[in-house]
Design a protein around this ligand. Structure first.
Ligand code: BGC
Length: 740
């Protein structure tokens, strides 16, 4: 037993009392230590790190994942430092630890909070076996730009869907009890509006008005804070001229004063040092001062706090109360995690990692994440009895690493089950499965292997093409300006198409792609994102109809990259387009007179509709919606509205459907979106079955930030839709009145 200061604090007093008692004992140096996070990626404790820990100069480490090393780091902090404060051990556990779930964007396509929660739970359990007690997830940046490489890590374009899934992820990571075995702290990132980077170029400037910020980008963070997320991470970007890591408005006015957040804020990697690079400060001292004043509690990686905060306090430039508040926020989190009682991790928990439950969870998530975008003439599902030979072609059919996606530091490609292997195991006894990779990777160029692929397709009953993007083409700093299938994949599609055989495209990618140039060249498309460890078995089951596809798009698929940003909940504008007003560039007469009469908001070469809308996804079942009703035509402010419709499965197979509720607030004190998602339900229907889908909407759920930046629901008229995508036409209306 050590006799550190921390160990002498009464365990039975409240967290706040323990925080205050510990803080009273701390030197300024030790306080700044708590505000510092150091990289520790070696599988041993380097001398300098050990020394810093002993001196009380470190509050957290990141990237240590070897349990013996992590325990040793904790031992030094707890037993050899004066205070004995245990460490937060952070890691990017983004969509799995060793067992990899679909990328977050793929998980969002499940529209299933339970599946997302279970995925995070499994990831937390696996990560916790190494001593990691804090993940830098969920990433909840609203993303309306498929060029941005980090859209892969996001939950898509929509606030409501992101809110629900963000909360599910936080619950999954943190569990019911943050101090329980297998629960880890989570981190909502990147605060804020990082996803609005200009032209989708990672780290680029964001220009977002306060109203848009509050109505769109901040809302998932508010939901995560309300769900008890323990930490937030600032974003790399500047927002309206002020980089997030020096942004007092975000970190104090909104986060602390309005939302009462009492966890702590960590910077992004080096992002405090970047304040100088942004040109906000002249030197690191200035950066440390601005970040601390703004409300960044812990500095990741760089050392501007360690090097400057003491001097700033001693010279009177920085009020020590700012330091005290930051340290209190960090200590509070450590107490809540139960780290003081239980800093060490039991060895030999290998039975948890990659076990049957983890694999089942990953498979279920992958199954529900795949979106069927096209299925002409019942090309899918494939019927084993009708086939003798199947051609499996393409760079992503048997690419164990590529199906895992971005941010898989601890995932192992050896565990991946590829589609090619899964198809073999599912139907290999009955069907001759022939495989041609055709391209070295997704960026490959046409080569002799194309001829071989064509020959094999020619001799087969059907060709399944595994196309898309390798893992490394999305993720941080991996933005693309062209989001077509890379390399000569479109050429491969055309060559296979020319055989006249049915062509099924299975696309694995980290973002929505523009598929305009191949959509008419294939009979069916399964969009599988990067589906993770169990992507192969999930895809095989879907191809052969063991399970019906049920994923729905969490982001709009543009026809052309120039349409970006294109998202379903856009504003109406004063000149909204209609099919009648759209003119195609080829149809304009030479010397046609310039006029704005009848002109509307569209592109001459792309129109105004996406290739596939938000919420869209097909099934082998045939879903039909009718009889949309609102129970109360008029509802009092503060009460609820009940909306329902009948959903039937007119097909011959069982399937799951995600029924979606959209509303439009017709008149607002600021302009309102043409539609907003306000509810969804995943339902399983047997053939011939009809169910009533019912949504109960409280008028508070219609609230938005108006001109005065206050959240409020305005009385007035609303349109409401229920259907299987954001493009549903089944509409009715209701009115909200305020008779108080
Ligand atoms: C990313 C963060 C991540 C951090 C630590 C940064 O580059 O932006 O999302 O958590 O690195 O790895």
């Amino acid at each position: 037993m050590n006799a550190s200061v921390a160990s002498m604090i009464d365990e039975n007093s409240s967290v706040e009392q323990r925080v205050a008692a510990l803080l009273r004992e701390m030197t300024l140096d030790e306080k700044i230590g708590q505000m510092s996070q150091l990289n520790a990626s070696e599988n041993y404790v380097p001398q300098h790190l050990g020394d810093e820990l002993r001196a009380g100069h470190v509050g957290s480490v990141l990237n240590a994942v070897e349990v013996g090393t992590v325990n040793e780091l904790q031992r030094i902090a707890v037993e050899e430092s004066r205070l004995g404060i245990p460490l937060l051990v952070g890691r990017d556990v983004i969509h799995g630890f060793q067992t990899i779930m679909p990328i977050p964007l793929g998980q969002a396509a499940t529209w299933n909070p339970d599946v997302v929660r279970q995925g995070a739970r499994v990831s937390a359990h696996e990560a916790a076996t190494t001593g990691v007690n804090w993940t830098f997830a969920p990433m909840i940046d609203i993303s309306r730009d498929a060029r941005w490489g980090r859209i892969a890590e996001s939950l898509g374009e929509d606030v409501y869907l992101t809110n629900k899934l963000a909360v599910a992820m936080v619950e999954g990571f943190q569990g019911d009890d943050l101090s329980a075995n297998g629960s880890i702290a989570s981190c909502a990132k990147h605060f804020a509006a990082y996803g609005a980077a200009e032209s989708g170029r990672d780290y680029a400037t964001t220009n977002v008005s306060e109203n848009e910020l509050r109505n769109v980008y901040l809302r998932p963070f508010k939901a995560a804070v309300e769900a008890g997320v323990t930490t937030l991470m600032t974003s790399f970007s500047d927002i309206d001229g002020v980089p997030a890591s020096g942004n007092e408005f975000l970190l104090r006015d909104v986060l602390r004063d309005e939302w009462n957040f009492d966890g702590f804020v960590v910077s992004d990697w080096d992002s405090i040092r970047h304040l100088q690079v942004h040109g906000l400060t002249a030197n690191e001292k200035g950066s440390a001062l601005q970040a601390a004043v703004a409300g960044v509690d812990m500095e990741m990686a760089s050392s501007t706090y360690r090097d400057n905060l003491a001097g700033l306090v001693e010279s009177g430039q920085l009020d020590v109360r700012i330091v005290d508040d930051a340290v209190a926020n960090i200590l509070r989190t450590k107490f809540r995690l139960g780290l003081f009682e239980n800093p060490y991790t039991a060895l030999d928990q290998n039975n948890i990692v990659g076990n049957a439950h983890a694999l089942q969870t990953a498979k279920k998530a992958a199954l529900q994440s795949v979106v069927m975008l096209k299925n002409e003439n019942g090309a899918l599902p494939l019927v084993t009895e009708e086939l003798s030979t199947v051609a499996v072609i393409g760079p992503l059919a048997d690419a164990p690493h590529e199906q895992l996606g971005t941010w898989i530091f601890d995932g192992s490609a050896e565990q991946s089950v590829t589609p090619m292997h899964a198809i073999h195991s599912l139907v290999g006894h009955d069907i001759d499965v022939r495989y041609v990779r055709a391209m070295e990777n997704s960026r490959g160029r046409a080569n002799e292997a194309f001829d071989e692929a064509v020959a094999v397709a020619q001799d087969s009953d059907v060709a399944i093409l595994f196309l898309g993007e390798e893992s490394i083409l999305s993720g941080e700093a991996h933005s693309r300006a062209d989001i077509n299938l890379p390399g000569d994949q479109a050429e491969l599609v055309r060559r296979i198409r020319a055989t006249g055989k049915p062509v099924i495209a299975v696309i694995l990618a980290g973002r929505p792609l523009t598929l305009t140039n191949i959509v008419d060249e294939v009979d069916a498309i399964l969009f599988a994102w990067h589906p993770g460890t169990m992507g192969g078995p999930a895809i095989a089951d879907l191809l052969f109809g063991v399970v019906s596809p049920s994923g729905k798009l969490p982001a709009t698929f543009p026809r052309m990259v120039g349409q970006i940003p294109i998202y379903y909940n856009q504003k109406n504008t004063g000149k909204p387009p209609t099919p009648e007003t759209v003119v195609h560039i080829d149809d304009i007469d030479t010397h046609a007179p310039q006029t704005s009469l009848g002109m509307t908001a569209f592109h001459l070469d792309a129109g105004y509709t996406p290739l596939f809308p938000f919420g869209f996804g097909l099934s082998y079942a045939k879903f039909h919606y009718e009889n949309l009703r609102v129970a109360e035509q008029e509802t009092q402010l503060g009460e609820t509205i009940t909306i329902n419709a009948e959903l039937s499965n007119r097909g011959s197979v069982v399937g799951e459907e995600v029924a979606q509720l959209y509303v439009r607030d017709l008149v607002g004190n600021v302009t309102r979106p043409v539609r907003e998602l306000k509810g969804f339900q995943r339902l399983r229907l047997e053939p011939g079955e009809t169910v009533t889908v019912e949504f109960v909407l409280h008028t508070d759920e219609l609230a938005f930030y108006g001109r005065n930046m206050q959240l409020m629901t305005e009385p007035g008229d609303f349109h409401v839709w229920i259907g299987g995508s954001s493009d549903t036409h089944l509409r009715t209306e209701f009115r909200i009145v305020d008779n108080h």
